[in-house]
Design a protein. Structure first.
Length: 186
């Protein structure tokens, strides 16, 4: 969870630029930021749009998302893998066990992180007009209903599902071949 929080904070400026670049075409022409690329975006935000304060817009929900992502992926992978092996008689050493458990972990992580993703996107994009996150959340629930927290779930899962599968498959392969682990005494 600590590493997720640190990752969320360290990558915040990149998230701000990414979200703003993705949303730019939805804005009317006069409000578009027209960043040429990510480096240009960081430069323009720093130079013309409020500096470091703007680059760290949304850092709190981004850290929460990092914590939720890390915890939900790691914990649910282990829980699903254990369930598959102990209750459904999957072989703990087989790739299909690892891939199934990691796909399920990706489903859970996407769902757990969806509300934080939506909130951080709204805050970083500037659609919250510098309001506190809880006010943005309350206004959105009142106007759009609670389902707004799961907007973009499918595209998020199509990115996160395979990513989670690759992470845990790689970890299992590293463990299998004892990469980075002390040699066994024979």
């Amino acid at each position: 969870m600590f590493s997720g929080a640190i990752g969320g904070l360290a990558g915040n400026f990149a998230d701000v630029v990414n979200i703003r670049m993705q949303n730019d075409s939805a804005l009317e022409a006069a409000k578009r930021r027209n960043y040429k690329n990510a480096i240009d975006g960081v430069y323009k935000i720093y130079r013309y749009e409020g500096g470091l304060k703007t680059l760290f817009t949304g850092w709190k929900p981004n850290m929460v998302r990092g914590i939720l992502m890390t915890a939900s992926q790691v914990v649910t992978y282990d829980v699903f893998k254990n369930y598959l092996v102990t209750k459904l008689d999957f072989d703990a050493s087989k790739n299909y066990t690892h891939l199934t458990a990691s796909l399920l972990a990706g489903l859970v992580a996407t769902t757990v992180c969806a509300p934080a993703d939506v909130m951080k996107t709204r805050i970083m994009n500037g659609s919250g007009d510098h309001q506190p996150a809880l006010k943005i959340l309350a206004d959105a629930v009142r106007k759009e209903g609670p389902s707004f927290m799961f907007r973009g779930w499918l595209p998020s899962f199509t990115r996160l599902g395979p990513f989670t599968m690759l992470i845990f498959f790689a970890i299992e392969q590293l463990k299998k071949h004892r990469v980075g682990m002390p040699k066994e005494d024979k």
